[in-house]
Design a binder for this molecule. Sequence first.
Ligand SMILES: NC(=O)c1ccc[n+]([C@@H]2O[C@H](COP(=O)([O-])OP(=O)(O)OC[C@H]3O[C@@H](n4cnc5c(N)ncnc54)[C@H](O)[C@@H]3O)[C@@H](O)[C@H]2O)c1
Length: 374
Amino acid sequence: MIEVSPSASVPAGLPAGNPVTATLFHSDQGGHEQVLLCQDRPSGLKAVIALHSTALGPALGGTRFHAYAASADPEQSAVLDALNLARGMSYKNALAGLDHGGGKAVIIGDPEQLKSEALLRAYGRFVASLGGRYVTACDVGTYVQDMDVVAQECRWTTGRSPENGGAGDSSVLTAFGVFQGMRASAQHLWGAPTLRGRLVGVAGVGKVGKHLVDHLLQDGARVVVTDVREESVRAVLAAHPGAPLTAVADTWTLLRTEGLDLYAPCALGGALDDETVAALTARIVCGAANNQLAHPGVEKDLADQGILYAPDYVVNAGGVIQVADEFNGFDFTRAKAKAAQILDTTTSIFERAAADGVPPAAAADRLAEQRMGL
Ligand SMILES: NC(=O)c1ccc[n+]([C@@H]2O[C@H](COP(=O)([O-])OP(=O)(O)OC[C@H]3O[C@@H](n4cnc5c(N)ncnc54)[C@H](O)[C@@H]3O)[C@@H](O)[C@H]2O)c1
């Protein structure tokens, strides 16, 4: 679950100068409301909590625990990452129909070396100090057990274990939501909300990808999978003996599979770059991975090639819908019903895109901005 981190330079289109303040005060998505830099020397905690917007309600987004070791200035990279991720959560939460704004936190350091109960509790006290303006959850490097510890200090914690009143593993409804996005795409392109008889390629059969394969096979699709971890591929194949399910060596082979109808990136960010788009034969891209578009303009290249792209943050919102439900005392049926609405949301984005003559990714941004009043 590693996504592309921003470089420590001023993002395109922003005034020259300090990249943090440029992103914070001048970004064209309306800037950010607040950033909290936190330190607890005894436990070694250094963290950034970024709130992009609370216009729709308390900012909701996960806690990333990452070292930023490849960066010349890890702390600045961490702040920029938190700012960008928080903005992304505003858009995701707005289109998921949640009464939540967008926020994200980053704990700086290698979780393998630094994570401790003292550090997580110190972090929880900083989240609590925001008095409910920010609600946290899991992200890359943090897990359900970690949120149970954070929750000991802070009531604004989701993503906890079911034993502690939480929703548990969010990949279940993430996969369900992506499948709804696929159904909406199939309806839009082929006239029926089903993948029956279609060939679907899933790149990455981790927590989300493996559940997605279940939904696809149940719907009557044929599926081809790939993963860099051989044991993940073996587990998926073993779970579906006799099913129309095959595996290929890598994503390049998957992309070129003859007759591929739909490509589902479910591994890393940046899956859709110039090379991939040029090689794509599938007519639909719809997957769970965050930040699939490697750079601005890819969404237009996809549209120009006649490929329907279901925007990542719209179709992968099932997980945040799941954790948001914890506030009302988690109810799986209610959360699943809300995640099912991803079908209608994706459909309305395709309709808006067609009406406005813009790619679906641009239509999604416009709809989210409308709801946020930006
Ligand atoms: N888990 C959630 O609820 C959730 C919610 C929203 C978005 N997402 C996004 O969905 C994606 C998958 O999340 P996950 O929770 O399943 O993560 P995961 O780590 O469980 O699974 C990712 C899988 O991708 C594989 N992989 C990595 N590099 C690959 C490559 N180059 N080619 C093929 N496979 C590769 C990994 O081996 C792993 O099995 C991530 O981008 C994540 O940010 C997840």
